[in-house]
Design a protein around this ligand. Structure first.
Ligand SMILES: NC(=O)c1ccc[n+]([C@@H]2O[C@H](COP(=O)([O-])OP(=O)(O)OC[C@H]3O[C@@H](n4cnc5c(N)ncnc54)[C@H](OP(=O)(O)O)[C@@H]3O)[C@@H](O)[C@H]2O)c1
Length: 240
């Protein structure tokens, strides 16, 4: 029997990229899966994709930037065995070029959004909470000081929460560059050049896929000896 039979899981950000890949794995493995994100259209499309895998998936509109919205959602949602947060939007830019309002918005979305979920959503003490950070925490680029700080803050948050919330296990996954819809706003040729340049630098010779990261999330949710840790799935980006 699957490790996830009779288990309820929540993937916040489950309508795209890493979140959708993670929700797909949970559904395939028999979990009763709830996905949440802001856009009703994205929810509808993701649920249609998940329905094709069999199993049970439902969706809920949620904006993790809203204190009240997250609290209302948590109160109505009940208790989960595993919660994963992949949601977040972090505009990129050098500290001297990015408007302060965008910098605050990035922190509010990715860091405080995850913090709000961790604070409000009920997770069984036998289960797990997994947050998505990013390898820039360890290897900043020339225009990513803010992303580095947000990701490092999330990695520190899971270490603290793993103590505060024990025996609940709390971990992070820090990906390197991934081929996901996160980059859809970028001009297509420039985006391919970015992927090619990064692939050339990485020891594995390619950029990541959402499924590479979903695998790590499922590992952390099932491995009962893993807590307070960050798994880097970055193609060797931190050492290259
Ligand atoms: N892709 C990469 O290269 C990469 C590299 C390193 C780290 N990461 C990190 O990995 C995580 C997942 O990235 P991804 O590539 O899977 O991104 P993605 O494809 O853009 O998906 C982001 C998901 O989050 C949801 N979301 C965004 N803001 C939200 C909000 N305020 N409230 C609720 N849901 C929200 C989006 O749906 P709605 O628009 O419907 O809300 C979407 O489902 C992020 O934390 C990202 O920073 C990604």
């Amino acid at each position: 029997m699957s490790a996830y039979a009779d288990q309820r899981v929540l993937v916040v950000g489950g309508t795209s990229g890493v979140g959708l890949a993670t929700a797909s794995e949970f559904v395939v493995q028999g979990a009763d899966t709830v996905i949440a994100s802001r856009s009703p259209q994205r929810l509808e499309a993701a649920l249609a994709e998940l329905a094709g895998l069999g199993g049970t998936a439902t969706g809920q509109a949620l904006d993790i930037r809203s204190d009240e919205g997250v609290e209302k959602f948590a109160a109505a949602a009940g208790e989960f065995d595993h919660v994963v947060v992949t949601a977040g939007e972090t505009p990129m830019g050098r500290v001297d070029a990015l408007p302060l309002s965008d910098a605050y918005a990035a922190m509010d979305s990715k860091f405080w959004g995850a913090y709000r979920i961790a604070r409000a959503v009920r997770v069984k003490s036998s289960g797990s909470l997994t947050l998505l950070a990013g390898y820039l925490s360890q290897r900043p680029g020339k225009a990513s000081a803010l992303q580095s700080a947000i990701n490092a803050a999330l990695e520190a948050l899971v270490r603290g929460l793993a103590l505060e919330c024990a025996p609940l296990r709390v971990n992070a996954v820090s990906p390197g560059l991934l081929r996901t819809p996160l980059w859809e706003g970028m001009e297509a040729t420039a985006r391919e050049h970015m992927y090619e340049a990064v692939a050339r630098r990485l020891p594995v010779g390619r950029v990541g896929e959402a499924a590479d990261v979903a695998q790590a999330v499922l590992f952390l949710s099932t491995n009962v000896y893993a807590t307070g840790t960050t798994v880097y799935v970055d193609g060797g980006g931190t050492i290259a």
